[in-house]
Design a protein around this ligand. Sequence first.
Ligand SMILES: *Cc1c(COP(=O)(O)O)cnc(C)c1O
Length: 221
Amino acid sequence: MSLESTYTTLSREVAAADARLIAVSKTHPVALIQQLYDLGHRDFGENRAEELAEKAPQLPDDIRWHFIGHLQRNKVKLITPLVHLVHSGDSLRLLRELDRKADDRRIDVLLQFHIAQEESKYGLSRGTARELLEEVGVDPLHHVRITGVMGMATNTDDGAQVESEFRELHEIFRELKERYFADDPAFTEISMGMSGDYAIALRQGSTLVRIGSLLFGARNG
Ligand SMILES: *Cc1c(COP(=O)(O)O)cnc(C)c1O
């Protein structure tokens, strides 16, 4: 299928579920991003700070860049002038660094949770997220605004497993909303679902699906 027909079908499916589609363009050239832009798409996702910093100036200013990969603190300043939403807020130290490097911008960030069975160095648990939010309650962030949660399911063909992990992330979202963000209308996002599992994620209430290979084909790296 052509990029256009895949995009048309997918964006309808995502819109019908009241979610937003993020086209994950990591490793793909700016010409391909421009093609999707010309079809009207504006939300793109990258997972490396240098790559985002290199691509963004070559593309239109009204693209909304989503940062979806683990962000090292020494790379924060590369992306703060560019980014629309950081999906990978996985530590308080990172949030503090984003806050320091924000200049006068507001930086929207999602708290990333580790919901998969696979081992991972990154992602919060319910417990570490509570600690983080209690600390932020005492010593607030000034430029960083926390607008929701993000997670990745186990990479498996077991749909029931994936479904239960996405349900868990939705429950985490509800708990945090109730305990910490009840009066904050900006806390709305649940970023979950990739090429292989986005349909399950949409059923479990995803508001942002991050889709790469299904749109752009296999990556080289
Ligand atoms: C690469 C990546 C995606 C997109 O993966 P596909 O399987 O190609 O759709 C989504 N989320 C994150 C965090 C990624 O790194």
